[in-house]
Write a protein of this length. Structure first.
Length: 148
C-alpha cells in the first residue's frame, strides 16, 4: 500500500505530457485513490472483527481465565466481517451501485405470447402472434374469427 501511495505522489512534469496524458493521469490517480479507500475500509472492518478474538485468545493463554460472554461476543464479531464486506463493496464501487439500482427499480415483466388465428378474405389462414404483460387478460376473441 505504501508503494501505491508513493507511486501516486510521484509528480511528472506537466510540460512533457499532452492534455490527453494529463487527463489519463488524473483519472488513474482518482481510481487509485478510490481503490485505496476501499481497501482501507475492508482492512478496517476485518481488523475490527478479528482483532478482539485474537487478543482475547492471547489473554486466555496467559491467564487461563475464560469468560463465556466475551467468547460469545468475539465470535459474533467474527461473523460480522463477511456480512459487512458486501455492503462496503456496494457503497464503494460505482458499477455495483448502478447494477443494484437497476435490480431494485426494475419491474419483473413477463411477456406471454398468444397466437390468434385469423382468416383473410382470400381464404388463406394467417397466424398473428400477440404479446401481453404478465397479469393482463388475453384479448377477447371476436365472433367473426370463430365463424369463419
Amino acid at each position: 500500500m505504501i508503494k501505491l501511495l508513493s507511486r501516486q505522489r510521484r509528480v511528472d512534469t506537466i510540460e512533457s505530457l499532452s492534455d490527453v496524458q494529463v487527463e489519463q493521469k488524473k483519472k488513474e490517480t482518482l481510481r487509485m485513490r478510490r481503490c485505496i479507500i476501499t481497501l482501507s475500509c475492508i482492512i478496517a472492518v476485518t481488523s475490527c472483527s478479528v482483532l478482539p478474538r485474537t487478543l482475547y485468545g492471547l489473554y486466555i493463554n496467559i491467564n487461563n481465565n475464560i469468560n463465556n460472554d466475551i467468547i460469545r461476543i468475539t465470535n459474533n464479531l467474527l461473523l460480522l466481517n463477511p456480512l459487512i464486506d458486501p455492503f462496503v463493496y456496494i457503497f464503494r464501487i460505482k458499477e455495483l451501485r448502478r447494477r443494484l439500482k437497476c435490480k431494485c427499480y426494475s419491474t419483473d415483466v413477463v411477456v406471454m405470447s398468444t397466437v390468434v388465428n385469423t382468416h383473410d378474405p382470400t381464404g388463406s389462414r394467417t397466424t398473428i402472434p400477440t404479446q401481453q404483460k404478465n397479469g393482463t387478460r388475453p384479448p377477447p376473441k371476436s365472433t367473426d374469427e370463430t365463424e369463419l
